[in-house]
Each structure stands twice: as structure tokens, then as C-alpha cells.
Design a protein around this ligand. Sequence first.
Ligand SMILES: NC(=O)c1ccc[n+]([C@@H]2O[C@H](COP(=O)([O-])OP(=O)(O)OC[C@H]3O[C@@H](n4cnc5c(N)ncnc54)[C@H](OP(=O)(O)O)[C@@H]3O)[C@@H](O)[C@H]2O)c1
Length: 195
Amino acid sequence: MTNVLILGANGGIARVAIDLFLKETDDQLTLYLRNSSRLGNLDLNRVTVIEGDVLDKEKLKNAMIGHDVVYANLAGGLEQMAKTVVETMNETNIKRLIWISSMGIYDEVPGQKYSTILDPYRKSAEIIEASDLDYTILRPGWFTNKDEIEYETTQKGEPFKGHEISRQSVADLVVKLATSPGLEVRKSLGVSKPE
Ligand SMILES: NC(=O)c1ccc[n+]([C@@H]2O[C@H](COP(=O)([O-])OP(=O)(O)OC[C@H]3O[C@@H](n4cnc5c(N)ncnc54)[C@H](OP(=O)(O)O)[C@@H]3O)[C@@H](O)[C@H]2O)c1
């Protein structure tokens, strides 16, 4: 059984991943989010809810203690969030981080040049890659709500394949990474539906 802390637990991918964790694993989940009233009914034997901002370091530190894996599903000021998460993981001696980013941060998508809009994604990935953490950064393509789990991955340095990916597929990969120690550690993976 793994103790997983989910940051940004009301996010689109996180909500799908939480359902999968509860269905397919016996993991204990801590859901960390800014407004808990938006969560529906959850199995409170398996789930702890903490209301907080990721940039609130003291609260984040208290929430992190005792977890095996941190899964960050965040958007917005990602650079500062990455700094705070890395520092707090170091202080609490937690090594394993799964971080949702985006395709395009290394200009790895053939024929596409993503502009400054991806800068927070680029900078947060740099911070994580410079850390000593056992991170896996996921760089998904455009999300779809298709009812399918079908994906392939590419490593950093390889061209991104495809364009889209179902939310369920990203969530499936998150659950696999969280429950398989050593899988794709210190890797940054493009994630997309095979075309
Ligand atoms: N849409 C696409 O096709 C696509 C493709 C590739 C990558 N991505 C990126 O993948 C990531 C995950 O996607 P998603 O759809 O699951 O994201 P999402 O639904 O936008 O969720 C992001 C979550 O981050 C939380 N958050 C933001 N700032 C926070 C803070 N300071 N403290 C605590 N929580 C905070 C938000 O909380 P609140 O609910 O409180 O606002 C929100 O629930 C995003 O960065 C997204 O941009 C998207």
C-alpha cells in the first residue's frame, strides 16, 4: 500500500486519477486542494482531505509528512509551485514526485513552436530536473474525454509523437507510476495516443 499525496486534487486529470486509485489499488490518498467543497462523496477510509494552497509552505509540509509519493496536478504559477514542492519534499525526505507538465516544453513537437505560454511549464521542469528527487515529469498532448486507455510514451530528446491523449490514459499512467517503484524515475515522458 502506498500513501499518495495529490496536489491540486480538484484538477481535471486528478479527478480521473483519484477514481482509478480507489478502484484499482489499495493506496491511501491525501487530497490537497484549495476548495474542498467541490469534492463529492469519497470513501473516508481511504481518503484524507486537506484544504490548502501549494504555496503555503507550512501547511504543505505538514500535509506531506508520512507520504511515499507526491503527485502534482497543478496549473498557474508553476515555477514558484515547483520550487515550493521540491524544497518541501527535501525537508520531509520524500523522494518520489510525479509532475504533470505539457508537451512542447523542449520544442519537441515536430512542426510546432510553442511560445512563452509554456514558460511556466519549462521553468518548473528545469527546477524539478535539477533536484535530487525521483521525479517523473509527464508531458501529455491535448486532453480528450474519450473513454479509452491508449497511449505511448517518448523520452526527453525524442520527437513527440501524435497530438492528443485521453484524460483516462494520463490518469492510468499516473497510477502505474505511483504504484511501481523505480518505473521511469528521473525521466520526462511525452504521452500521447498512437496515431
Ligand atoms: N488541457 C490540455 O489539453 C492540456 C494538455 C497538456 C497539459 N495540460 C496541463 O496539465 C496540467 C493538469 O491539467 P488539468 O486539466 O488536470 O488541470 P486543471 O483542471 O486546470 O487543474 C489544475 C489544478 O491546480 C490547482 N491549483 C492551482 N494553483 C494552486 C495552488 N496555488 N494551490 C493549490 N492548488 C492549485 C487548481 O486548483 P483550483 O481548483 O483551486 O483552481 C486546479 O484544480 C495543467 O497544468 C494543464 O495546463 C493541459
